[in-house]
Design a protein around this ligand. Structure first.
Ligand code: EPU
Length: 438
């Protein structure tokens, strides 16, 4: 187990490159199962979640080869329909194998992903969509078992209690591209990661109309071919570095960012007192000379403010001079960062699905515990702004989703070290038996 030791106070300055998007890469790897021909996927971030997905594809019979930095080749000449629990449980996103297995093999047996700290995360909408496409779906001994001999196009609605579903849309799309007939996917997710998937599928020969909208129309084709596809930049990583710049009163430029994916984020962060400048392919973030301001943020499906940047905004709001409100509409309970930020001096209450941040905090270093990817990022941001030393445990969460997070932050001047857990003061150490991995 490794930990981060962060000494706060340094203003981050310099340039950092946006990596490829984790949440676009995972379905892209799964999509490669839809053809027997090789798919070359570029701008793939070096992350443990990508490794997990590669391992699962290998288990399913695909050849997965890293050709060079960020460049991977997946060839699924033969595919088995079974993804077992010991692989699937490591990563919820492996549920997006259902669609491609159904499309390619007309059958699938994929273990149900287990619990998740950010909320309940059911897959009822995925299964509803697959049933509408003609699949027989059962849950047997913890596995989703699908027979799809009669796979066909259909009109289906993907909206649920918390809006649409991103991975559910990916599954429905990947089954529909090889389903005979026309499919209308209404209330489809239109996150940039879904649009990226549509682009890869189109390059493979799929017929998809109205890409980027909530109503995708798919004409099923008989087979797909290999392709070369470049993954979009990670908008959540970009947003995280923008906040890192602001929270440390720094001056950071992110290169290779796709600013058109961050409209709602820019809107809210401008209200929070951040200035953005885009020049020569670099996105520069500084705090307005008048300083930070309190904000009201509500997370929503795209193009709304992303839930994956809520925890980071919460860390920033701790320093604004007045109360901020952060409301979760995507994952009502996604506030695990709140008690840990409290250990660093923040005053935050939770009222239903809203975090009420008192603001004006003087953050101080503390030993804290990472709970999920974005909550962990919020702790790193708070630690960069805090006085003194913060130790963050369970940083494997960060390695799932931020490529070289510590190296990149160090290159901007952050005092952050990756150390073995034993390097922590003994009183901070938690016995291995009490560490829950999720
Ligand atoms: N939902 C249902 N039923 C379903 C599916 C979802 O009720 O069948 C609910 C969920 O419980 C949640 C909401 O709908 O309240 C949205 O869930 P969605 O299915 O859209 O989430 P996801 O596809 O499982 C992806 C990202 C998440 C990101 C969400 C929302 C990937 C691999 N994961 O999850 O990313 O938070 O969309 O934008 O793409 C992260 O990167 O840290 C992360 C958690």
């Amino acid at each position: 187990m490794e930990v981060f030791r962060i000494r706060g106070g340094a203003s981050l300055r310099g340039e950092v490159r946006a990596s490829g998007s984790k949440n676009a890469t995972l379905p892209a790897f799964a999509a490669a199962l839809l053809t027997a021909e090789p798919c070359i996927i570029e701008n793939v971030p070096e992350l443990s979640d990508v490794r997990f997905m590669a391992d699962i594809l290998v288990h399913l019979g695909a050849e997965v080869e890293k050709l060079g930095p960020g460049s991977w080749k997946v060839t699924a000449a033969e595919v088995s329909p079974q993804a077992p629990y010991e692989l699937v449980r490591k990563m919820r996103a492996s549920v997006c194998l259902l669609g491609p297995l159904v499309g390619r093999l007309r059958q699938a047996r994929v273990a149900l992903p287990g619990g998740c700290v950010i909320g309940q995360r059911p897959i009822d909408l995925h299964l509803k969509a697959l049933r509408a496409l003609g699949c027989e779906v059962e849950v047997e001994a913890g596995d989703v078992v699908i027979q799809a001999k009669g796979l066909h196009g259909a009109s289906l609605f993907l909206g649920g209690r918390h809006g649409t579903t991103v991975t559910g849309t990916a599954n429905a799309l990947m089954a529909a591209v090889l389903a005979p007939g026309t499919t209308h996917l209404e209330s489809a997710a239109c996150e940039p990661e879904i649009t990226d998937l549509c682009q890869m599928l189109s390059a493979m020969g799929a017929q998809i109309e109205h890409t980027g909208s909530h109503h995708l129309v798919i004409q099923g084709v008989e087979s797909l071919k290999g392709c070369r596809h470049r993954i979009i930049p990670d908008r959540i990583e970009v947003g995280t570095y923008c906040i890192a710049s602001a929270i440390t009163k720094g001056d950071v430029k992110v290169v290779d960012a796709e600013v058109s994916h961050l409209g709602a984020f820019f809107d809210k962060m401008k209200e929070a007192g951040l200035n953005f400048e885009e020049r020569e392919g670099a996105l520069r973030t500084r705090v307005h000379p008048d300083g930070l301001r309190p904000i009201e943020v509500t997370t929503l499906p795209y193009p709304g403010y992303p839930t994956d940047l809520q925890a980071q905004a919460c860390a920033l709001a701790c320093l604004a001079p007045g109360p901020s409100l952060l409301t979760e509409r995507v994952y009502p309970n996604r506030f695990m960062h709140v008690p840990e930020l409290g250990r660093m001096g923040a005053e935050i209450g939770i009222e239903g699905t809203t975090a009420i941040v008192k603001g004006g905090a003087k953050l101080h270093g503390a030993p804290v515990m990472a709970s999920d990817l974005r909550a962990s990022a919020a702790l790193v941001l708070a630690a960069l702004a805090a006085e003194g030393e913060t130790w963050i445990q369970r940083i494997y969460h960060l390695d799932r989703g931020y490529e070289q997070f510590d190296e990149k932050l160090r290159s901007l001047g952050a005092e952050i070290e990756r150390l073995p857990a034993e390097a922590m003061p003994e009183s901070f150490q938690i016995p291995q038996s009490e560490l829950i991995t999720s």
